[in-house]
Design a binder for this molecule. Structure first.
Ligand code: SF4
Length: 277
């Protein structure tokens, strides 16, 4: 397979030249670029990072909730400086053409809750990849569930998480699906709740929720995303300018961002450097 092609829906897509040799853009990256700090994404493509126990526990809980093994290709070893990205170079092409192709949304039966659906939207020639944790049938339409896990009992749902879910919903609509709502479902690690098992009862609960509404059910927090298509498309285009070499990365070095950042001690803009961590 030529390095600069990926196969999507039976067609070959020629890849544009993207920063860091990226093959596609990940929706989760776009959300962090827009709502937290673009420089964090920039550094994540430049430097390996330490993978701690907490990240691994998160990946395990994620897999348990969806009844799947931890994502193939994310080859994480605790404590080693490992690149956590699969979307560049030949590895990225291979990942896209095998893993993503198998889970293409067009091949899936969406009449029941479906875990791990891949959607791709090509914006200005750039493939944007969404790996949706769950597509869930609501009354007469489809909903998005973005699953997050946390070790914190308050289970706070963040803006970038809501944006990620909202982008998936907009992508689904652009592909012709009737996607009405998007939710972030945050579960506390170790909970007895299981998303796959309880998806049907969750669907009826989600059907009655409005955008922006938040509820709590035991170890699970849920919030509906507000979906403003025009704003989301603008944010995507703004994020793509960075990937297409049209501008340098911006940084948002608020103390709360930097103190929760993997690069708090090495980033040149960090406001948390030298602080007790
Ligand atoms: S340390 Fe702060 S400015 Fe630097 S990447 Fe992290 S959040 Fe951004």
């Amino acid at each position: 397979m030529a390095r600069n092609y990926i196969v999507w829906n039976g067609e070959q897509l020629q890849l544009p030249k993207l920063k860091h040799d990226a093959v596609f853009l990940m929706v989760s990256n776009i959300a962090v670029q827009s709502k937290i700090c673009e420089y964090r994404i920039h550094l994540s493509y430049m430097k390996p990072r330490e993978v701690g126990e907490a990240s691994l526990e998160g990946i395990e809980e994620h897999g348990r909730q969806l009844g799947v093994r931890a994502e193939a290709g994310y080859d994480l070893d605790v404590g080693k400086g490992v690149p956590t990205l699969v979307n560049r170079g030949e590895e990225g092409v291979e990942y896209f053409n095998s893993v993503v192709g198998r889970r293409w949304i067009g091949k899936l039966d969406l009449s029941r809750p479906t875990a791990e659906a891949a959607i791709v939207d090509v914006v200005e020639g750039v493939p944007i990849l969404g790996q949706v944790d769950m597509v869930i049938p609501l009354q007469g339409s489809l909903g998005i569930v973005e699953l997050k896990t946390t070790g914190n009992r308050f289970a706070v749902i963040h803006e970038h998480e809501l944006m990620q879910a909202a982008i998936y919903c907009v992508m689904m609509r652009r592909l012709g699906y009737n996607c009405s709502n998007a939710f972030v479902v945050k579960v506390i690690r170790g909970t007895s709740f299981n998303l796959m098992r309880e998806a049907d009862s969750l669907a009826s609960r989600l059907s009655s929720m409005s955008p922006g509404q938040a509820i709590r059910m035991g170890d699970v927090a849920i919030k509906g995303a507000k979906i403003d298509e025009a704003t989301i498309m603008r944010d995507i285009e703004r994020a793509m300018e960075y990937w297409l070499y049209k501008r340098n990365p911006t940084h948002n070095n608020s103390p709360s961002n930097c103190s929760h950042c993997d690069y708090w001690n090495s980033c040149p803009f960090s406001t948390a450097r030298g602080m007790h961590h």
